[in-house]
Write a protein that binds this ligand. Structure first.
Ligand code: HEC
Length: 135
């Protein structure tokens, strides 16, 4: 095979790669640009169940920080429904505090870490539920 046949083969291969890869990239770029999915009612319900089971004793029915065990906690859990607090924290901040616990994010160690108990979907759902507590 001479040099120009080599070059032609190379070009053909390169063109084939472009045809195969470019549409894939296009699709990937599209996925990244898409807005995050809006929480569904199903997610809220899962979050509510987790919250009642794992969070309510400290954080209270409405997130006000007045759960049955909250009086033994110093500091008391803050009011999760406070609009100013809700505005200040991103979903990622809330998920981080829930996943790593107070000691993981520079808060009181009385807030337990949940990253080994709840999976990512459950944590996302409980964040959605915490959002629904906003007054
Ligand atoms: C044993 C009591 C207890 C339980 C159970 C508990 N928390 Fe907490 N949580 C706390 C305390 C106390 C703080 C406040 C820590 C601080 O301000 O230093 C806190 C803080 C938080 C924060 C961060 C608030 C901030 O200032 O950024 C979030 C979010 C949170 N809890 C959500 C949850 C969720 C969701 C659950 C259930 C999966 C849960 N907590 C379970 C005691 C608890």
């Amino acid at each position: 095979m001479n040099a120009s046949a080599h070059a032609r083969r190379f070009l053909l291969l390169a063109a084939l790669l472009v045809v195969l890869i470019v549409p894939g990239c296009h699709r990937a770029a599209h996925t990244v640009a898409a807005a995050p999915p809006r929480p569904t009612q199903y997610q809220v319900e899962i979050g509510r169940t987790i919250y009642k089971h794992d969070c309510q004793a400290c954080h209270g029915d409405t997130g006000a920080g007045d759960g049955s065990n909250s009086f033994n906690l110093d500091p008391h859990p803050r009011d999760l429904g406070d609009p100013a607090f809700q505005k200040k924290k991103s979903d990622a901040d809330l998920a981080d505090a829930i996943r790593r616990g107070g000691s993981g994010v520079g808060l009181s160690a009385l807030m337990p870490p949940w990253g080994h108990t709840l999976n990512d979907r459950q944590i996302d759902a409980v964040v959605v539920y915490v959002r629904s507590l906003k007054r």
